[in-house]
Design a protein around this ligand. Sequence first.
Ligand code: AMP
Ligand code: ZN
Length: 474
Amino acid sequence: MSTPIIFYNTLSHQRERFKPHHRRLVTMYTCGPTVYNYAHIGNLRTYIFEDVLKRVLLYNGYKVKHVMNITDVGHLTSDADEGEDKMEKGSKREGRSAWDIAAFYTAAFFSDIKQLNIILPEKFPRATDHIREQIHLVKRLERRGYTYRTVDGIYFDTSKLPDYGKLANLQKQELKAGARIDIGDKKNITDFALWKFSPTLEKRQMEWKSPWGVGFPGWHLECSAMSTKYLGQPFDIHCGGIDHIPVHHTNEIAESEAAYNKPLANYWLHGEFLLIDENKMAKSGENFITLATLRTHGFSPLAYRYFVLQTYYRKQLNFSWEALGAAETALERLYAAARLLPASLSSSPKQNKSRNKKIAGPLPELKQTFLAHINSDLDIPTALGELWSLIREKKIDVKTLLDFDRVLGLGIKEHLREPRVTLPNDVKQIVTERNEARAKKNWAESDRLRAELEKLGYEVNDSPSGTTVKKKRP
Ligand code: AMP
Ligand code: ZN
């Protein structure tokens, strides 16, 4: 008995039953990071949502071919083709070449997603490795009459596409009526750059020759060219954060559909924002928290993953240290509960008696309910709530929990043994000295060492069963 998978499809503006193009294989493209800085935890929320989506498909028995691009050129500081290239901006900020910046932040990104238990996509194509494919796409659009030239580049004429803006429900009339911004040489406010010319007075670090002049590709082009190259057109699922709906994804659709006269992707899923103090977390903003920031405050990356899983992906999520602390406590309780569960509960007496070698799998009824939640547009919060009820009522075993963790990705298997707390060596040394002082009843020395530990940011608790030392929370 299979449970249908339902997704909210931004393209049709409604919930729909998911049917991939191939019977057992799902093709999926997710917009990756612009590698001019660390990913912030808002970006990481989007990657966690996409990882859960992929895990749900795998749990349903599909193979998933997943491509995520690395944007290492062409994304300007304004999504509307204005301003500086973010890579060149990063280069000026740090006094390193744009290429070094890209390599450094790409490696940092890989490290982040691994720590969050995100299953790595099969392919991470870089925009700068696919300039030929992007030029090819612009040529194709040119032949089909969709492009025009301005002083600063080759642009896509959105008025030539009757259904332009369908993803975001953009109304052209409204856009024109409300527009008070300077559109420069563009014919329509929504027109976007396919190829930008290098500035005449300045040498760019990243630029290439093209039939139209030396320059660099527009931001949307890389995703259109690389998704189609690796997944075909149309492919099944395209994802990103909701900020991509009105510009980036709308324009990917426009250029890909105009070039090939067929849809780019069949299902479009978008994750809502992570907010901080009710504002969107942005790389350019001051409220920029990274995974490393969480770690220096003593939080594990998986606590952040748990924090994210508690909220439906299409709802805004407000970040606070208190809420993250509560998530970490809940995750630790989940690990502790897992250690106390029976290895295997049998769902039927027959299975109980069976002496054959086959080990009983996850409990089928529980699996069915779990599947119903996760297949209902990734309703992980309800699945988690249900999981806690099962734990309280002692109705779940380790096998089933580990099976569910294939979707949750909380590393439960690795935490089935008692955790070993690893403290830095200097802290360990002070703890040892303090234990020795306490054994000698040298309370003055013990208090002095406690103060030293507290100064280093550790909380010290003495109890009859021993002393525990852990990192203090902000
Ligand atoms: P970028 O590196 O800026 O290209 O963004 C990478 C991904 O993070 C994109 O899918 C964005 O839509 C997403 N994103 C950006 N800001 C946030 C936020 N505050 N919360 C959730 N996702 C975000
Ligand atoms: Zn993209």
